[in-house]
Design a protein around this ligand. Structure first.
Ligand code: SAH
Ligand code: DHB
Ligand code: MG
Length: 217
């Protein structure tokens, strides 16, 4: 089994199950044209976020790490009329690309982008949120989790991207701040009585990684 197979299978899933969406496709194209890193969630993963948001009837969503707004659009498409998503991005030029992508996708009225370091932005946000998607700098994952948890409604979901990183998260001796951040997150989540939590390993077009899902009790 190889990355080639995982990529081909993601294309198969996309073709048969995910469907086309001009706003999402344009967001990826313009993100690439603007030179943003190709690290948005995959289409299949974006649709998973969308399904999870629909499943819990999410009306208020917070996202940590906007990039070009690809995951933002998937989540915002799950919001009912009057729903709102707040997304946090540190880099102003990146936020500008995201703003255009989100507006063109037709969900601009539901999405606020707050530009600045996410932890500071989060600390000023008022909940309650139904769903949080944490997908920014990994070294601050525990702090993001704690600040999100303090603002979640009971039954809400906190989803954290990139918690496996080719298995490198297994390395307890790693000095990589991102790996250390993810390992601190596992310890924090595992000891947090307010959540029911697991993590799932994934393979696909983005390689071998995984996500954590915590349901707030
Ligand atoms: N969720 C996006 C991908 C996000 S990539 C998607 O799937 O489409 C991570 C993003 O987090 C980048 O745009 C990066 O600029 C941003 N980021 C990094 N450090 C940050 C910080 N301290 N505060 C806010 N955003 C940050
Ligand atoms: C990478 C992937 C991500 O989903 C992310 O949020 C950050 C980095 C990567 O593949 O490097
Ligand atoms: Mg990610």
């Amino acid at each position: 089994m190889s990355r080639e197979t995982w990529t081909a299978f993601d294309a198969y899933i996309e073709d048969r199950l995910v469907g086309r969406d001009a706003g999402l496709e344009a967001a990826l194209a313009d993100s690439a044209a603007a030179g943003l890193a190709p690290i948005a969630v995959s289409p299949a993963y974006g649709k998973l976020l969308h399904i999870l948001a629909l499943s819990i009837g999410a009306k208020r969503i917070v996202e940590v790490g906007t990039l070009g707004g690809y995951s933002t659009i998937w989540l915002a498409r799950a919001l009912p009329a009057g729903g709102k998503l707040t997304t946090l991005e540190i880099d102003p030029p990146t936020a500008k690309v995201a703003r255009a992508n989100i507006d063109r996708a037709g969900v601009g009225g539901k999405v606020e982008i707050i530009v600045g370091p996410a932890l500071q932005s989060l600390q000023k946000l008022e909940g309650p949120f139904d769903l949080a998607f944490i997908d920014a700098n990994k070294n601050q994952n525990p702090e993001y989790f704690t600040e999100c948890l303090a603002r979640m409604r009971s039954g809400g979901l906190i989803i954290v991207d990139n918690v496996v990183r080719d298995g490198r998260v297994l390395n307890a001796a790693s000095e990589d701040p991102d790996i250390k951040g993810v390992r601190r997150l596992f310890d924090l989540m595992g000891h947090e009585p307010q959540v029911t939590v697991t993590a799932i390993q994934t393979v696909g077009v983005k390689g071998y990684d995984g996500l954590a899902i915590a349901r707030v009790n």
